[in-house]
Design a protein around this ligand. Structure first.
Ligand code: ADP
Ligand code: MG
Length: 700
């Protein structure tokens, strides 16, 4: 019966032979509590004949695995002590070396045991591997697996787990027990027909083979099946989340397009691009519907998202509602406010600015105007969703450049009893696979065209030895009437030393190289009105060089600025660098971006800088970033309330993701209560395992 199955699999892992309280506790720390968890504790990689190199055939710089017996080990004293272990595989000797914690390593191995050592081979007299990854292969049958063609699973472990014997080998033993005794209790989680459509194996053989595969082929089949499973349920959750928003929340039907919108478009100093027009149409169609809009607008830096936001907000106004535009920094809020104020005053729209640092009197007046509905467009930072703010009739909320927090902010608005249409705008292009997962429940519009006449920003990266030459060039440009930014890293406003460095450099430049010019300083710790003044002066061309921290990263728009210098560029992430570069190249003139890096530079940092030099295409940049950082960090999936993926990789498994998504959305469309007999496995599995996360994710 299903219930017995469930009981067996939900039994504590301590029920297994070889797992007592101590190991049970350690396992709990990595999320393994019941036998089912253990069955889903997948190998991190596998070892088979094809991965292994005989010591005789080793080459310099080769990354590989060597399997052999421990011949000798010990601590070599010297200027720097090191632990050396010599491995013999019948064809030769390999030195494995560790430079840290030599006492720890010295107690770890036994003479004669068989080990697999993985790492990069270097030549130091003999061949050696420094700090290799190792695995014990002492189980019966392991030793001559090279000859038998077996595949050995290697499990992830931690030091704490290793201490209680749960290294890779320990896990193999425990899993043999768990898989042998309990895999048969698993109930199928995917419908038969779906499995046939996608040629997916059953769950039980998949779990068995993922741990102890017979050959490469059965391993591939098992992994494919389990990946599909994971992606399918992820997408199913998103499909329901999307549906819930559509059905349960009554939105506003914005039906009128009025004169003021027409006038606004007329007053614009430019013609909208085809992409802007298309996206505006998509937004309008959403707004006319009675379900609330939940849309993401993606457009590279400089593609003109602000106007799209403006037109969207006008839609709300024309129908008697207010609109709010929320941005990540005060500087950006002020910028937007000024641009909008200038444009909208002519057509009689009242815009207000609400940010953290305003004097109480001013703030109270603004809050009153918002409450009475006198303020029609409200521009601000997260202050906009704070408790004190009561809206008269909020119709649209636009969240600019804060993709990460979009979901949360929507939730806060809903808690205030508001159910406005929501538009999230981002310049960080989200690779397709990610928008399908993280944003699977949002509709996506893409502005895939830059306004005409934009020139590529010429980008260089140099070591700081070249700084003088670069600054010299900057001086020449300024002589010709250009303006520029010099940006210093200050990732967190609280990092005092970074702030200090920026300020010192400012003083230095002002009284030194650029003493004949006006140099301005901008950072997050300055008072609102100080910041405002500096930005106004820079915009007016009175400041030639703006020394700044990353506060200018997004949104700032000064078309006459043509030079961007980023100091310590090796410390910035790819999207940040792309955003910073996006501050120039906004006008007719040729623009330059200099990334100045200080050695030593990691390989990843080098790749980031080279990517910037190579391309101006935000989409390509995002893809490199995703590859470098992995999907988890890329968008802070933790915050999204989505489950962590154990085996699937949303970048590499795009094809499976698309297929799984189609199947999942199909169920929600055609069998929304999951009552079809053939979908029973889905019903059981979904409600048992995904309900919690579903509740968590419902805010979207
Ligand atoms: P982003 O998408 O980075 O937010 P902005 O909205 O700040 O871009 O627009 C960048 C610059 O391009 C602004 O100076 C804006 O006035 C200008 N712009 C926007 N749309 C057009 C257009 N269709 N034609 C010409 N210039 C435009
Ligand atoms: Mg913008």
């Amino acid at each position: 019966m299903a219930s017995t199955h469930q009981q067996l699999l939900t039994t504590s892992v301590q029920f297994l032979k070889g797992i007592g309280e101590k190991r049970g506790d350690r396992l709990k720390e990595v999320g393994v509590e019941i036998i089912l968890d253990l069955l889903y504790y997948f190998p991190r990689r596998y070892l088979d004949r094809s991965h292994i190199t005989s010591i005789r055939d080793l080459q310099d710089d080769l990354s590989t695995t060597v399997v052999g017996r421990v011949q000798f080990f010990g601590i070599k004293k010297g200027k720097k002590s090191r632990f050396v272990l010599v491995l013999f595989d019948g064809t030769g000797y390999l030195n494995c070396v560790w430079f840290h914690r030599v006492q720890y390593w010295n107690k770890l191995f036994e003479k004669g045991e068989t080990l697999a050592m993985s790492g990069k081979v270097t030549r130091y007299g003999d061949y050696q591997m420094v700090h290799p990854e190792f695995d014990r292969l002492n189980d019966s049958g392991d030793e001559n697996f090279v000859n038998t063609g077996r595949i050995i699973p290697l499990y992830p472990s931690t030091e704490a787990l290793s201490k209680v014997g749960l290294d890779s080998r320990g896990f193999r033993r425990v899993l043999r027990e768990a898989v042998g005794g309990f895999a048969k209790e698993l109930s199928e989680t995917l419908p038969e027909s779906l499995r046939q459509r996608h040629r997916l194996s059953g769950l039980r053989p998949a779990i068995e083979d993922v741990h102890f595969p017979h050959d490469r082929k059965s391993l591939a089949a098992a992994r494919r099946r389990l990946k599909f499973d994971e992606l399918f349920y992820l997408e199913l959750m998103l499909a329901y989340r999307k549906r819930r928003v559509a059905v349960s929340q009554k939105g506003i039907e914005f039906s009128k397009v009025g004169d003021r919108t027409r006038k606004l478009i007329e007053f614009l100093p430019f013609e909208l691009t085809a992409a802007q027009k298309r996206v505006i149409r998509e937004i309008r169609d959403d707004m006319k519907k009675s379900t609330p809009m939940n849309r993401l607008v993606q457009g590279d830096v400089g593609s003109g998202k602000t106007v799209v936001a403006l037109v969207t907000m006008m839609m709300a106004l024309e129908n008697g509602y207010q609109a709010a535009l929320m941005v990540p920094t005060e500087i950006l809020a002020e910028q937007h406010f000024l641009t909008m104020h200038e444009l909208l005053e002519k057509i009689g729209v009242k815009v207000v600015l609400l940010v953290g640092g305003q004097p109480k009197k001013e703030r109270d007046a603004i809050l009153a105007a918002i409450k009475q509905g006198e303020a029609e467009i409200i521009v601000g930072t997260h202050a906009l969703i704070q408790e004190a703010v009561a809206y008269h009739r909020l119709g649209v909320a636009i969240i600019d450049e804060q993709h990460r927090f979009g979901v949360m902010q929507r939730a806060t608005l809903m808690e205030k009893g508001l159910s406005p249409d929501v538009l999230v705008m981002t310049a960080t292009p989200i690779p397709r696979t990610l928008s399908m997962t993280l944003y699977g429940d949002l509709d996506v519009s893409i502005i895939d065209e830059l306004p005409p006449g934009r020139k590529q920003v010429k980008t260089h990266w140099h070591s700081d030895k070249k700084r003088n030459r670069i600054y010299g060039f900057v001086k020449e440009q300024i002589e010709q009437g250009d303006q520029g930014y010099i940006v210093f890293p200050l990732i967190e406003e609280s990092e005092k030393t970074d702030l200090q460095a920026a300020i010192e450099n400012y003083e230095h430049l002002k009284s030194g190289l650029f003493k004949d010019y006006n140099v301005g300083l901008l950072h997050g710790r300055m008072k609102s009105d100080e910041k405002e003044l500096v930005m106004a002066q820079f915009k007016a061309g009175e400041i030639h060089i703006l020394v700044s921290t990353t506060v200018i990263e997004v949104g700032v728009d000064v078309p006459n600025a043509t030079i961007m210098i980023v100091e310590n560029a090796e410390r910035f992430g790819l999207p940040q660098l792309h955003q910073l570069r996006g501050r120039v190249g906004r006008g007719e003139k040729k623009s330059y971006c200099f990334l100045i890096a200080r050695y030593p530079i990691s390989t990843d940092a080098k790749l980031r800088l080279e990517t910037l030099v190579e391309t101006n295409d935000g989409f390509k940049i995002a893809e490199v970033d995703l590859r470098l950082r992995g999907p988890g960090e890329f968008f802070g999936t933790q915050q999204s309330g989505l489950p962590q993926l154990r085996i699937a990789d949303i970048v590499k498994d795009e094809e499976l993701l698309v297929a799984a998504r189609e199947e999942a959305f199909d169920i929600v469309m055609n069998d929304k209560h999951i009552l079809n007999v053939e979908n029973m496995p889905v019903r059981a599995h979904f409600f048992k395992n995904y309900r919690d996360k579903f509740e968590l994710a419902r805010v979207g």
